[in-house]
Design a protein around this ligand. Structure first.
Ligand code: GLN
Length: 478
């Protein structure tokens, strides 16, 4: 099933060449065959998926995605279904409601086929920070799939689902998409409702799709985007016609390469693939000097917001509770046992950055850098319509290679973080493989609300690049 796109599956169900039940059964079989190799799923929703497929086959559910299986990152709430965020602290918690993004996709006919593995509370770049063990890269199971949405990226790359959902706070959709050879898109901040997305850093978090094609990314995005009164940062503007933008081409689009994201930090093979992918676009160069400080600013702002957001996991309201003599001791013991090392590090970093004596020197300074990054983008978009960079400085690294060195892990996000700080939309598309056969990704960035332009340009580049490599999974692992 790995070659099928959501668009093709929906069409063949509509035209009666196959049924939603057959499609779901085939994907469940594929998960059964090879998910032991990659461990993309925390829970497979076989029962409910088959029920939903029946409803599609009975004509009770229609819509652009009718019968299309979708894998859901386990940071998104689905009513009554365990949501762990890759953490032990949510053990046993079943949300009483469904995230708006998931609800809209289900209304469009999509069938959630499972909850996917992730770095705990979306903090990480390799999916090794999951309390339930790492997900492995379908292209080479000795390598990481990227993170934090590594399960959702691997599920699509492995053919377990044609499309999936992730969340992107500093690159957690685009970087794993790049490392797994699939498409991954982060919308403009506010385009997709965050209602039902467990918060990491609320001013940066966005939900977005993974897929094999830019068209599928646009279809999934279009089905879930748009205003939601349940999210106070949700934008009222019309979503327009992102699917119609596919095929519009790139005539008149001025491309710019961000020099700060294309320098020495980029591995030579990644740089070479990037250069060849953008050949013939007549791209100019643009220097955005504040980007040199974007990573540092992000690693103050995101932990600061996380330290506040994660205060709610205290043994009182959700999941795990380790009893103790008094409430304070109970909270301390619950948090000690429930959170993993990276989450603890972020909470401490963030609490420190927000503390009275250091607030201005750290958090305040980081916010000023954030403004400079947004201003730099603003200037660049006066001269260019789409900005380009590699998505990740390297291809997939080995399992365990960066776990002992948080700074090395944080550097994985070098190219993706600026778009989050400025709230603009960005997409990663496959641009080739390195000499070990590991995928390389290309990032396109557009001004806020210009998703149509982003999809049009990405679809044209996708055609020009013609990426058609596939991972070969043998199956058989436990
Ligand atoms: N890797 C980054 C981090 O650990 C980004 C995570 C994300 O986008 N959720 O913060």
């Amino acid at each position: 099933m790995s070659a099928s796109t959501a668009a093709a599956i929906a069409r063949s169900i509509r035209e009666g060449q196959t049924t939603a039940t057959e499609v779901v059964e085939a994907h469940l079989a594929e998960i059964e065959r090879t998910d032991g190799d990659v461990r993309a799923f925390l829970e497979v929703l076989g029962g409910t998926a088959l029920e939903q497929a029946k409803a599609v086959d009975a004509g009770e559910v229609t819509g652009p995605l009718a019968g299309v299986p979708i894998a859901i990152k386990d940071v998104l709430c689905m009513e009554g279904i365990a949501t762990t965020c890759g953490s032990k602290i949510l053990e046993g918690w079943r949300p009483p409601y469904t995230a708006t993004a998931v609800r809209r996709l289900v209304e469009a006919g999509a069938i959630p086929i499972g909850k996917t593995n992730m770095d705990e509370f979306a903090m990480g770049s390799s999916t090794e920070n999951s309390a339930f063990g790492p997900t492995l890269n379908p292209w080479s199971t000795g390598h990481v799939p990227g993170g934090s949405s590594g399960g959702s990226a691997a599920a699509v790359a492995a053919g377990h689902a044609p499309v999936s959902l992730g969340s992107d706070t500093g690159g957690s959709i685009r970087q794993p998409a790049s490392l797994c050879g699939v498409v991954g898109m982060k919308p403009t901040y506010g385009r997709v409702s965050r209602y039902g997305l467990v918060a990491f850093a609320s001013s940066l978090d966005q939900i977005g799709p993974f897929s094999h094609t830019v068209e599928d990314a646009a279809i999934v995005y279009a089905a879930m985007a748009g205003h939601d009164p349940m999210d106070s940062t949700s934008l009222p503007e019309s979503v327009g016609d992102p699917v119609g933008a596919i095929g519009r081409g790139i005539e008149g689009i001025r491309f710019g390469v961000v020099t700060e994201l294309a320098g020495d930090a980029i591995e030579p093979e990644v740089a070479a693939a990037f250069a060849s992918a953008i050949e013939g676009l007549g791209a100019g160069e643009v220097s955005l000097p504040s980007f040199d400080h974007a990573l540092s600013a992000y690693y103050l702002i995101a932990p600061a917001e996380a330290s506040s957001n994660l205060a709610r996991f205290d043994g009182v309201r959700y999941g795990l509770r380790i009893d103790a003599a008094d409430t304070t001791a109970m909270m301390r013991r619950t948090r000690e046992a429930g959170f993993g090392p990276e989450v603890k590090r972020r909470i401490m970093l963030g609490t420190y950055a927000l503390s009275a004596g250091y607030y201005d020197a750290y958090y305040g300074q980081a916010q000023r850098v954030r403004t400079l990054v947004a201003n730099d983008f603003g200037r660049a978009f006066e001269d260019f319509d789409i900005l380009l960079s590699p998505t990740s400085p390297t291809t997939a690294f080995e399992i365990g290679e960066r776990t002992a060195d948080p700074l090395a892990m944080y550097l994985s996000d070098l190219c993706t973080i600026p778009a989050n700080l400025a709230g603009i939309p960005a997409i990663s598309i496959p641009a080739g493989v390195d000499s070990r056969g590991l995928p390389i990704g290309l990032q396109l960035m557009a001004p806020a609300l210009e998703e149509e332009r982003l999809f049009a340009a990405a679809a044209e580049l996708e055609t020009r690049i013609g990426f058609d490599a596939k991972p070969a999974l043998t199956g058989g692992a436990e």
